[in-house]
Design a protein around this ligand. Structure first.
Ligand code: URA
Length: 206
């Protein structure tokens, strides 16, 4: 069994915080074992809790649409969350819950070794840059070690506000260029391309 699958089993059985008492299923995340791109949301909602899979509700449908817009499908990327169990009534995760789950996200990222991590929303951004605000840094890629962090608004916020939706759509369009530049950065080369790529070119990137 792969280390990623073993980790998934540990997450599904975890009782390290009180969210484990109210969940139906823990939601470890899903996707290929060697993705170039990982999306990190906040935490499972109602449908995710029932299915044990991330982003299967309305926010997930928007995420899939946005991915399709840049020539990607969800099975080409790894999708996970900051907390792996649903907070009751979809409330914000508490600091202790985020802290209890932190080890799992860190372990997943060590195993997945993506080129780009796209954070969705403020909790996911806070995992990497606790001092930053999403309104200030969305759409601005930042290199940390071998990984490029690309902060995005959360799709659920985009469903509530047309301004946020426009910003998320614009930022997503730049994701292929971010992926390409991060690949060049890993290879120790100077990025040449800064504009958005065509869909055909993007497909070649994954
Ligand atoms: N919102 C999230 O942050 N994660 C999910 O998995 C679904 C909705």
């Amino acid at each position: 069994m792969s280390e990623l699958l073993e980790l998934e089993g540990r997450i599904r059985a975890c009782t390290d915080c009180t969210l484990s008492r109210t969940r139906t299923n823990a939601v470890p995340g899903e996707g290929p074992e060697n993705p170039r791109l990982v999306f990190i949301g906040e935490g499972p909602g109602f449908y995710e809790d029932h299915e044990g899979r991330p982003f299967v509700g309305a926010a997930g449908r928007l995420l899939e649409q946005l991915l399709a817009g840049i020539g990607l499908t969800r099975d080409q990327v790894f999708i996970t969350n900051v907390v792996k169990c649903r907070p009751p009534e979809n409330r914000d995760p508490l600091p202790g819950e985020v802290q209890a789950c932190r080890k799992y996200l860190e372990h997943q990222l060590r195993l997945l070794r993506p080129q780009v991590v796209a954070t969705l929303g403020r909790f996911s951004l806070g995992h990497f840059f606790p001092q930053e605000t999403i309104g200030r840094v969305h759409g601005r890629p930042r290199q940390t070690g071998d990984v490029t962090i690309y902060p995005l608004y959360h799709p659920a916020a985009a469903l509530r506000s047309s301004t946020v939706r426009k910003a998320l759509e614009d930022d997503m369009k730049r994701l292929p260029a971010v992926l390409k530049e991060s690949g060049l950065a890993q290879a120790g080369m100077q990025p040449q391309v800064t504009s958005a790529e065509s869909t055909t070119q993007q497909l070649k990137l994954l």
